[in-house]
Ligand binder design. Structure first.
Ligand code: SF4
Length: 449
């Protein structure tokens, strides 16, 4: 869970990086940073909190240059404080390099131990920092040094590197998290999601391919394959929950997939009810799809206070509980005396779902039938999405019937894994071909340490 943004050859690289990060804010809210190169030196500003807080006094405007990379962070490995904020900047024998990472490296702990035993001193406890250490060991040219580093790390990584003169993007061989290339007049833009290209006015060109390293310099684009692509393992949660609905992943609209997920679960479990509502925001498109498929009316039954952070990505359990009450409220007139189909994207710990059912019933809903557009989450994510540890995952220890009782719903159904795959309309649809489903079925696409 992080967002990365890069731009090459634009006189307003800092401003556009700021706009790009702002549009990726949903991917991480703990810290933000931008590095800008003027061709000779890399200038950096990083801060904690939202992009607007980290750059509260327009600090980005003080970064001048034409190449930039930026990062918004949500912590899945390491602490959430400023020392771990990215981009990380380091110096090796070839000059300065900045790095921004989305994903999680499953062998970072082992590599770090190995490096420390050999004398390396780490500045952070972020998994990403092993990458610069391996780059420093290889030495220039930077393209070769990065490839050497990428061949030892394992897990999920969409990476951006910037030297004084180059922007380099790399995607792990399974393509866990999206990374898109865009063109803006004479400039190139690379971003975690296409919504960040849109916000700068850049045109989508293509995805960075699994196992590809793309070097952008004054001579243009140079694509190199640093590793044979493995079977594609795009994170299913990018479609279900995480990506912005106005983004496209592999040319498939996230919004369209979410609507289809709603249609699909309706086909799997038709339900007698009076209306359909969605949990804002990522449940709304699925609720509309459910309503279209079922013929039931769709209602705006819940409102979200947009000025409270997302509960799913607040690291602390108590804050998450309070956050639900602050964040969601019910439109009483819409649900009073009604049998409600409630569509949500996932159940992680069950706390949020229980609170939502409770406030719907308190507002007069006579029945609440919960439909979830992801299968039960039974295993932790190792690849950068904070789906909680296994002990905390309610579906790891309780059956759907038990969860239903615990959250106080009248019925509860999760979409099937097959239904999830078919809703994304990808051609390679056999299990674990094309999608990562590890948090549902425990089949991790990489070695796990
Ligand atoms: S384990 Fe789940 S959350 Fe993690 S990458 Fe795979 S599908 Fe996404």
């Amino acid at each position: 869970m992080c967002g990365i943004f890069g731009i090459f050859n634009h006189s307003q690289a800092a401003e556009l990086s700021y706009f790009g990060l702002h549009s990726l804010q949903h991917r991480g809210q703990e810290s933000a940073g931008i590095c800008i190169s003027d061709g000779e030196q890399i200038h950096t500003h990083r801060g904690t909190g939202l992009v607007t807080e980290a750059f509260g006094h327009d600090q980005h405007l003080q970064l001048s240059g034409h190449i930039g990379i930026g990062h918004v962070r949500y912590t899945t490995t390491g602490d959430s404080g400023l020392p771990n904020a990215q981009p990380l900047v380091f110096r090796y024998t070839g000059g300065q390099v900045a790095v921004a990472h989305n994903g999680n490296l499953v062998n970072a702990g082992r590599l770090r131990n190995q490096l420390e035993r050999q004398g390396s001193i780490f500045q952070t406890n972020s998994d990403t920092e092993v990458v610069p250490h391996f780059i420093a060991r290889s030495g220039p040219p930077i393209e070769q040094a990065i490839q050497d580093a990428l061949r030892v790390i394992e897990g999920a990584y969409a990476l951006l590197f910037m030297t004084e003169t180059k922007l380099i993007a790399a995607q792990d061989p399974r393509g866990f998290h999206p990374l898109s290339l865009g063109k803006l007049a004479d400039a190139w833009v690379v971003a975690s999601e296409t919504c960040a290209l849109d916000v700068c006015g850049a045109e989508f060109v293509r995805q960075i391919e699994p196992g590809e390293m793309l070097v952008i310099d004054a001579e243009g684009l140079h694509s190199q394959s640093f590793m044979e692509p493995s079977s594609r393992s795009i994170c299913s949660f990018e479609y279900i929950y995480f990506a912005r609905p106005d983004s496209e992943i592999d040319a498939i609209s996230v919004h369209t997939v979410r609507k289809e997920l709603g249609r699909q679960i309706c086909r799997e479990v038709p339900t007698e009810a009076d209306l359909v509502i969605g949990v804002p925001d990522s449940g709304l498109a699925a609720a509309i799809g459910y309503a279209e498929e079922s013929g039931l009316p769709y209602e705006m039954g819940m409102m979200k206070n947009r000025y409270v952070g997302r509960t799913f990505i607040q690291p602390d359990q108590e804050l998450r509980r309070k956050g639900v009450r602050m964040k969601l409220s019910v439109v009483r007139k819409a649900v009073e005396g009604k049998r409600v189909v409630l569509v949500d994207d996932s159940i992680v710990r069950g706390t949020t779902s229980g609170r939502i059912v409770e406030i719907l019933k308190a507002a007069g809903a006579t029945e609440v039938h919960m439909r979830v557009t992801s299968p039960p989450i039974m295993h932790p994510c190792l690849y950068g999405i904070d789906t909680a540890r296994r002990m905390e995952l309610i579906a790891a220890t309780q059956t759907p019937a038990e969860i239903c009782q615990k959250i106080g719903a009248d019925s509860l159904h999760f979409i099937s894994a097959e239904g999830l795959i078919s809703a994304t309309d990808r051609t390679d649809s056999s299990p674990n071909q094309g999608h990562c489903l590890a948090c549902f079925n425990g089949n991790y696409p990489t070695p796990t340490s």
